[in-house]
Design a binder for this molecule. Structure first.
Ligand code: ATP
Ligand code: MG
Length: 579
């Protein structure tokens, strides 16, 4: 890691309250986060013998990096304290849910490296929930309300003024039982009635002003089919599902803290296992959006190629882009667990990816914008093999042989006809080192009729084989290259931030987040030249193209047409600090 990278690391980490003890090894010493403290206390006091957490996605979209944070937290805490984690699909809204999403969620959780103790569905508990609702009605704690949703909202009052009780609030238990059963049987149209908890219309917490427990929905459910015409609301399903499963620590995002009294109220009234809810700040990242509704819109309206478009902040998007589970887990660990909302810089994510790929990705040579070089004093028709190091960070990665011959490709911007003073790459009369190969000197520039450079003629120094200076001669620049005779053609997709601004959701009047899309977020290059070892890659293989960036083989890739995605550049091109 160079000094800039270390400074940046320190800067970022001081921002996110992570203590860095030793700047050489960049080791971290972290104090317990507040959830770890709670769990350690609960275990020490004997409140719980072991812990059980859950990850409760709604199967109405693909998981995004925010969910990854929640997954790492829930599964990570359980793992750390010898507990277990359930995967529970919070499928109480049949209209938006689908088994496609269920499958993708399971795949993503597994890919991140976690396994659940068991899988559950809130819909498995619909019978139990219905029974509990009847129990509450019988005890005068719930009633059927005929007001429209609009009226209910209006009559809830405001934080300053108490709500107005519904004219149906004092229905008899018998009437409520009868109506609720008929709601279930499908006798009433959608929206005509709801079941509400009877708590306190003047409660200082608006959530406690007779919250809705059930609504009528004549909708087909992906698991229960047409069995139900009523569906429980989140507030009546979530805590109860936690309790049924004996979840000890129900961890959710901050916006649910005002729901906690209601979570506790239902559990208390029903006298069931006392699961507890704890809130942490949701993960926000700049230059992207993280609401499933908006991500769905990007997919449906073809702003991206799908949920797994490598520019998407979805887990499958990151996977396709070239992220590793380790890099995402490391990211979630580094940003810590906050109690106040904050926005994490996108570059922290890229930092974590680079950090991991630097250790594991083999180095390869590829030329994205080819410029032909002919070595005039190299024998025509000759090929020799040169030895290249696969990964200087990994002793066990070994070496490979790469072919060298008379005609090569180098990057267009590694040559300048009229270079500025400190340009150390190839230029007329200037000598440069070809990585692992030879020193070459530019002798002649060939142009077409329009004055475009088409070819560079060079001579090489046979004594510099392997890239070593024969006589102590200094060559400042080293460039990468690919043998023209052996090169494999490939398509390369370069990605940039999906949005051009830090906070895409903040827009002027009349505009939407879509107006903030980055028009240059995808650049496709054809006929890039790859060293021949790259002919044998598999989808999702990751590698560093020396001097260019980290890349990953895209799923569109075939042996006849290779496609590489740029996972990230070698350095942070968006850096505001030390940039
Ligand atoms: P979205 O707003 O994207 O639709 P959601 O909260 O409705 O997200 P769920 O499927 O209900 O999506 O989320 C599953 C779990 O993931 C919940 O416990 C939720 O709190 C958590 N979660 C969702 N988004 C984030 C985030 N940005 N950061 C941390 N946790 C999150
Ligand atoms: Mg949700």
């Amino acid at each position: 890691m160079n000094v800039t990278a270390i400074n940046k690391f320190l800067f970022l980490h001081s921002q996110y309250n992570i203590m860095v003890e030793n700047t050489d090894s960049v080791s971290e010493k972290k104090s317990l986060n507040f959830l770890e403290e709670i769990i350690e206390n609960d275990l020490a006091s004997g409140k719980h013998k072991s812990i059980l957490t859950r990850f409760p996605p709604e199967p109405n979209g693909y998981l995004h990096i925010g969910h990854a944070k929640s997954i790492c937290l829930n599964f990570g805490l359980a793992k750390k304290y010898g507990g277990k984690t359930n995967l529970r699909f919070d499928d109480t809204n049949p209209v938006k849910e689908d088994t496609e999403y269920v499958d993708s969620i399971m795949e993503d959780v597994r890919w991140l490296g976690f396994d659940w103790a068991s899988v559950h569905y809130a819909s498995d508990y619909f019978d139990q929930l219905y029974e509990w609702a009847v129990q509450l009605i019988k005890r005068g704690l719930a009633y059927v309300d005929d007001q429209s949703l609009e009226e209910i909202r209006k009559n809830r009052g405001t934080v300053q003024t108490p709500g107005t009780p519904s004219p149906w609030r004092d229905r008899s238990v018998e009437e409520n039982l009868d109506l609720f059963e008929r709601m279930k049987n499908g006798e009433f149209p959608d929206g005509s009635k709801v079941l509400r908890a009877k708590i306190d219309m003047a409660h200082s917490n608006m959530q406690m002003r007779d919250p809705i427990m059930y609504r009528i929905l004549h909708a087909h459910h992906h698991r229960t089919g047409n069995k139900w015409n009523i569906y429980p609301m989140y507030d009546f399903a979530h805590g109860e599902s936690d309790s049924i499963e004996n979840i000890t620590h129900s961890i959710c995002t901050l916006e649910f803290d005002i729901h906690r009294p209601l979570y506790d109220w239902f559990i208390q009234q029903l006298g069931i296992f006392p699961s507890h809810q704890y809130e942490f700040a949701r993960l926000n990242i700049n230059y992207t959006v993280m609401s499933k509704r908006k991500l769905l819109q990007l997919v449906k309206e073809n702003y991206v190629s799908g949920w797994d478009d490598p520019r998407m902040p979805t887990i499958c998007g990151f996977r396709r882009r070239g992220y590793t589970p380790e890099s995402i887990r490391n990211f979630c660990e580094k940003i810590g667990v906050a109690k106040r909302d904050n926005v994490i810089d996108y570059s922290v994510l890229e930092f974590c990816l680079r950090e991991h790929l630097n250790k594991v990705a083999p180095r390869m040579m590829a030329v994205l914008h080819p410029l032909k070089v002919v070595i005039t004093n190299y024998p025509e028709g000759q090929t020799e093999m040169l030895t290249a190091i696969n990964n200087p960070e990994d002793e066990n990665a070994g070496t490979r042989e790469i072919p060298f011959c008379r005609e090569l490709y180098i990057e267009q911007d590694d040559f300048m006809e009229n270079p500025p003073k400190k340009y150390f790459r190839l230029a007329p009369g200037q000598e440069v080192r070809l990585r692992y190969a030879y020193f070459i000197t530019c002798q002649e520039v060939i142009k077409d009729a329009n004055g475009n450079i088409t070819e560079i003629r060079c001579t090489y120094d046979p004594a510099s084989r392997g890239g070593n200076s024969p006589d102590g001669r200094k060559v400042k620049g080293t460039i990468h290259w690919v043998s023209a005779n052996h090169a494999v053609d490939a398509e390369v997709r370069l990605f940039d931030r999906l949005f051009a601004v830090e906070a895409p959701e903040e827009c002027e009047e009349g505009k939407t987040f879509l107006d903030n899309l980055n028009p240059n977020s995808l650049q496709v290059l054809q006929n890039c030249k790859m060293e021949p070892a790259l002919a044998n890659v598999k989808v999702l293989d990751k590698m560093q193209f020396e001097r260019v960036g980290y890349f990953c083989v895209d799923k569109d890739s075939t042996p006849e047409h290779l496609v590489f995605n740029r996972a990230c550049t070698l350095k942070d091109s968006w850096a505001k600090i030390n940039g």
